[in-house]
Structure formats: structure tokens, C-alpha cells
Ligand binder design. Sequence first.
Ligand SMILES: Cc1ncc(COP(=O)(O)O)c(C=O)c1O
Length: 431
Amino acid sequence: MQREANFTNAALMARRRAALPTGLGQGFEIFVDRAEGAEVWDVEGRRYIDFAGGIAVLNTGHRHPALVKAISEQLDRFTHTCFQVLAYEPYVELAERLNAMAPGNFAKKSFFMTTGAEAVENAVKVARAYTKRSGVIAFGGGFHGRTMMGMALTGKVAPYKIGFGPFPGEVFHAKFPCELHGVSVDDAMASIEALFKYDIEPSRVAAIILEPVQGEGGFYIAPPEFAQRLRTLCDQHGILLIADEVQTGAGRTGTWLACEQWGVAPDIITMAKSLAGGMPLSAITGKAEVMGAPAVGGLGGTYAGNPLACASALAVLEVFEKENLLQRSRDVGARLVNGLKGIAAQHKSIGDVRGLGSMVAIELFKNGDLHAPDADLAKRVAAEAAKRGLILLTCGTYANVIRVLVPIVASDAILDEGLAIMAAAFDAASS
Ligand SMILES: Cc1ncc(COP(=O)(O)O)c(C=O)c1O
């Protein structure tokens, strides 16, 4: 192959279009050559600052040396056995570590899968096996993955659910609290009580699944009071509380898990994304008693808990400790929020700047009218930013939110450079 001549973004996009289905979206017409820390270079040698972090996967940055070392060492020993056939120690050590780190004054157990959606699927399987109930309550605007149960739980139709039904039954959606858009914690709780009246009796509900901060839904933060009231409601009715920390976990919100900030503990926690810093790994951690419910052989998967991914996840934990990344996550968040407030002061379209730790977003409205979400502007800002060398992600039920998921290891200089590009992108997109 004549690599040089054919390795332009345009040439590769043409091949992509011919060979891949359109259902597989692509944010930018950019093909990556290499990446380091919070920077990426494309096949044409152009540098980008990465404020997307592979959608929350790269909290420790691209190619952190400690992760590269851990993966390489594991690579030299073995890459696969299937844990359920021949076990290996890093899997067990990782489970021990995650059990110790999860909130709740009770014994915990963990097991591993590969993707976030699989973690969610398995959390529901465990909850159903334990409670011997079928119902699951999720929230409007929530995102839980692209598998059948993941789609059923997801509270956003376009694009995730269109054409793919019917979905598994016994899944119901309540309101997620969001003061900005007039949904109080009382309203959200009342919407669950309404489900108990209209759709399913509480004694048939196995679990309520909640993102501590809605990810794809728009970075809306669940107030701790909401989690506390859910906990009480769950305890009243024997329902399990599942925290879907696939996007919020691994230090993104300033604590290892966002639910540590609730003051109450969930029964089951799902993690993925930054857990193994770019290697595919997801985790389900929960109350030992609950996790013991499925029959032998009911859990697992051929690749689940891959040894390279477990080695990488253990290195992630080490890096968090050594580099004090939880504090850094809070500092990165404060710097971003401060910078974004500066941009918002210049642009009426930015109706809200919010964040928990380094999980930070801005929400855009036409003329600052909270009833007029501006998805077009969000798209234009992301496009203008990319032209200037910054990768930005949008999200939200109305696609009018720009979210920042920059590697936590990014330097202040990189953060400021990214913020300056955002300001310029806003100027260009607004004119
Ligand atoms: C909260 C949440 N749950 C589940 C998922 C699904 O994870 P995956 O894409 O790894 O299947 C995501 C992905 O964005 C997520 O944000």
C-alpha cells in the first residue's frame, strides 16, 4: 500500500464511507495517527487538543507511561485465557481494590465485563436475580448503552432507539431533576410515585438506575438530596439502587465515584470508560449478598475482564494515587468553569455553565432564552473549534450542550489553550 499518498483525512473518509455503515456516526472527518497526554495528531500531521478524551475514557490521558508499562508487561506474559477457564491474579486484585473503594458500610463483590452497556445489562441481571422482580425504573434523558436492555433503559429516542424496537419490557422512565428546566427533586420523586400508580406496583420493581450526572443527556447533576430520597424510597419497597457510573466514574467528578458525594450508598455500581484508561473494561460492584444471587455460570463472558485491561486498570489506580488526580480533577474543573464563565460573559447564548469535578458543560440557547435550545450553535462551535485544533463534544436531549471531558492530566497551559480556542470558536460561530 502507498501509505503516504493515501493517508489523508479526505482519502480515508472516502474509504470509510464506502466500507462502513452510516449508522456509525463520526464527529469529525479526522483520522488519528498518534496521541499523547491531552494531544492528538492526525494522519496529516495536524495537532489537536483533546477535550473529548475518547468520550470520558482518557482521564489519565493518552498513553500514560505507567499504563503503557503495565500493558506491555502483561503483553509479555499472556493476553487471554478467559477468566472463567483459567484465572489470573490482576482480575482478583482489581476486584478487591474496587470493592474497598466503593461507598457503603457492607461487604462488596465485583466482576468485570468489556463495555459500559454490558455492565448495565449485568447490573440489571443481578438485581433481577436477587429481588426475583422484573421492573426497572430509569430516567428521561438518561443513557445506558446500545444493547437491547441498554436501549430500553435509555431515555432518549433519537438517535439511539429509532428503528430498533421492540425493547425488553418492564422498563419505565421517571423525570430526572433539573432545576434549570423547571424539574425539582419533588417533581422527580412525584414522577416515580406516578409510575407506581399508573404502570407498576413497587413490589414488582427490581431496581432504579440513575446516572449521578447524566452524560449523553446533557451533564445535568443529580442533587445529593435526590439520591438520598431515592435511597429511602428503595429501602421502603425492597428496590435496589443502581448508580450507573460508566461516564462519571474513575475520578471524573472529583471523587473516585460520583456517588461518594451522595451521603448514601447504592446497592450496585457500574463503571467502564476511564476505569482502564483506554483498554476495554467495565465493572459491576455491589453488595456481596446481592452479587451472590445469580447461579454459577450466569455471569461472565469470553473476553470479560481481559488481562491487559485489568493490568491497565490497576495502573490507573496507581496513577490516581501517585499524581493526586482526584484533587487535580477538582482543580481542572474549577479552571474550566472559570474560563467558561468568562466566555459566557461575552455570549448571551451560553445560558448555563455547570460542572461536578472536571465533568463540565455549557448549555446554549437562542438569545439566552431557556425555552429555545440552540443545537445549531453547539454544532457550529464544535466545527469552528476543530478548525482551530480543539476537539469538542456536544450532548443533551436537545443537542445544545457542549461538554468537556479533557484528560485530567492535562496541564494548565493546555487547558488555557483549549479555552482560548473555545472563545475564538464562539466568536466565529456567533458572527
Ligand atoms: C452512563 C453510561 N452508561 C452506559 C454507557 C454505555 O457504555 P458503552 O458505550 O461502553 O457500552 C455509557 C456510554 O456513554 C454511559 O455514558
